[in-house]
Design a protein around this ligand. Sequence first.
Ligand code: PLP
Ligand code: COI
Length: 354
Amino acid sequence: MDIPVLRTQNPKAKPQSEAGLGFCKRFTDHMFIMEYNENDGWQNARIQPYGPLQIDPASPVLHYAQEIFEGMKAYRYEDGRIGLFRPMENAKRMNRSAERMCIPPLDPDIQLEAIKKIVEVEKDWVPKSKGTSLYLRPTIIAEGNTLGVHAAPRYIYFIICSPSGAYYEHGLAPIKIHIEPNYVRSVKGGTGGAKTGGNYACSLRAAEDAKKHGFDQVLWLDGKKNRYVEEVGAMNVAFIIDGKLITPSLSGSILAGITRDSVLQLARDKGIPVEERQISVYELLDAYKVGKLTEAFGTGTAAVISPIGEMVFKDQVMTLGNDIGPISQFMYDTLTGIQTGRIFDEHNWTMTLA
Ligand code: PLP
Ligand code: COI
């Protein structure tokens, strides 16, 4: 694929310091973009200066949330090279989300080429310090000019990039989680398994309320019985109970996280027993009361491994403490070690860019 590059005439100043980059607070100089229409399919791939998109105000993305996205990172190795982590998994998941949201699929090889090209153009923006990376946000939005509720005739795929540090302001410090008893994020047969904007929009009410009460995130329960643990707002969740790593199974209502899958593999490699199954909030409370719930952590591209220090369900508090548990720490060190080329990548997960 030929990807012409139109370079900016006004490059932005790069961050002076990589400490306190935060998550996606600034974007790089360029973006990848291509368009779809019914006659030509996906076409007109290019890299152009980062800037506003012009779309019709009647576009379905603006009214009916027909959109999907991915989240991935380009990592700086100690020797200065740059790598991607399981990028094909993101491309394949993008197409699974596309299928659910009636968006035309985009060949995973083309997605990968686009990702590699934008990282190559923005390579000087990939930060170097420990815990930092260039966050990449491939997105597809639906364009059109009628308000009927149907799949759009046109789409835009774009990738924007942001030099980022920790997702949570306090870095790797354990987070405080509100287990949501009333609102639900998704139901079986809904869109929870797709990475689509509406899932996040509908999570905001509970997340904002929880924030007012001092929580970092919401842990969602299933939409039918309000009983089984699903996932956290921007990550999957895992618990260490009686030495076993237990995580909710992929029922269709939660995102099939790539970090989740990697953590399961790393646990199996280390001989930690793994269970993917339904787990109720009452099982968590019981395990906590008898001292068997020893660790809980979130897994996600943005959040990496995010230890949970406290979980609150109604008036019941589970305190896991401010120290990072040994399995959470092992997962964080191993995953980030592989991602930055410090630890041997026996599963061939990383894709090193020249
Ligand atoms: N669950 C939700 C709702 C997410 O937004 C994310 C982030 O992408 C994840 C889970 C974790 O997925 P991954 O590990 O592929 O980043
Ligand atoms: C990611 O981890 O990449 C995500 O997409 C989570 C995001 C919604 C912040």
